[in-house]
Design a protein around this ligand. Structure first.
Ligand code: A2P
Length: 272
């Protein structure tokens, strides 16, 4: 759990964190984040659109863990994209979280015609020292090429939908070449994969759950992972993936489950 990857600018980012998409603001998110921090998680991934930044901030404050030990991510929502609106949206997120800086701030989706100005705002916030690392989410290779062509600072992270049904080989290879850390959202395919036969067999062999096998597979593919759960026992279980290793054959078997199947929207075809 203390294990980190080093981003292109030298900032250390935990390999595993808690995702809070679809976790309700108030007690539910406060409890989830507190369970996670108590279990040793250092990284929490939220977004403006999740509408739970206040609860995340409350839990961080009440956890008693010092700010510098934690790694907090949020994201600028589509409707806020553009230079000035992004600067404002960032301040709003920071205030809701009750923090002085973010560790990572991402462009949530590649909104055509908007993401380059949005990126300029992220570059400014980064240079001003308000964000330790900046990145994008749901960017395909062509979005990244387009962004990088005009960028002063290259994105340090690309957070994408990634799980055994959607292995995203092309964008991962591109990110590796560019020194961009890939991060998985919905690593458990929002629950769709948990009784998959191949995964169940591998899990039994290791005395682990299918969720743990998937998360271990993320790490062995050098993908940062942020499983979501509101249940304390699952939050603990999901972090217990640093004491076993899948062999090459098992990794390949899981890679072969790919069906290019998305549980979320297609980054080339969304209208929100
Ligand atoms: P819950 O919050 O009730 O634990 P993803 O991270 O891919 O979006 O998947 C999250 C979904 O998987 C949620 O429905 C969550 O439910 C469930 N989940 C998370 N961890 C586990 C686990 N270890 N075992 C079973 N289900 C899990």
């Amino acid at each position: 759990l203390q294990s980190t990857t080093t981003l292109a600018n030298g900032v250390k980012m935990p390999w595993l964190g808690l995702g809070v998409y679809k976790v309700e603001d108030g007690q539910e998110v406060v409890d989830s984040v507190k369970y996670a921090i108590k279990a040793g998680y250092k990284s929490i991934d939220t977004a403006k659109i999740y509408e739970n930044e206040e609860g995340v901030g409350q839990a961080i404050k009440e956890s008693g863990v010092s700010r510098e030990e934690l790694f907090v991510t949020s994201k600028v929502w589509n409707a806020d994209q553009g230079y000035d609106t992004t600067l404002q949206a960032f301040e709003t997120s920071l205030n809701k979280l009750g923090l002085e800086y973010l560790d990572l701030y991402l462009i949530h989706w590649p909104v055509q015609g908007k993401y380059k100005d949005t990126w300029k705002a992220l570059e400014k916030l980064y240079k001003d020292g308000k964000i330790r690392a900046i990145g994008v989410s749901n960017f395909q290779v062509h979005h990244l090429e387009d962004l990088i062509a005009d960028a002063e600072v290259k994105p340090m992270v690309n957070q994408i939908e990634f799980h055994p049904l959607l292995t995203q080989t092309e964008v991962r290879e591109y990110c590796k070449k560019q020194g961009i850390q890939v991060e998985a959202w919905s690593p458990l395919a929002q629950g769709e994969l948990l009784d998959n036969e191949v995964l169940t067999q591998i899990a039994e062999k290791h005395g682990k759950s299918t969720a743990q096998v998937i998360l271990r597979w993320d790490l062995q593919n050098e993908v940062v992972t942020i499983p979501k759960s509101t249940k304390e026992h699952r939050i603990i279980q999901n972090a217990d993936v640093f004491d076993f290793e899948l062999n090459a054959e098992e990794v390949e078997k899981i890679n072969a489950l790919n069906q290019n199947h998305r549980v979320g929207p297609d980054p080339d075809n969304f209208d929100f």
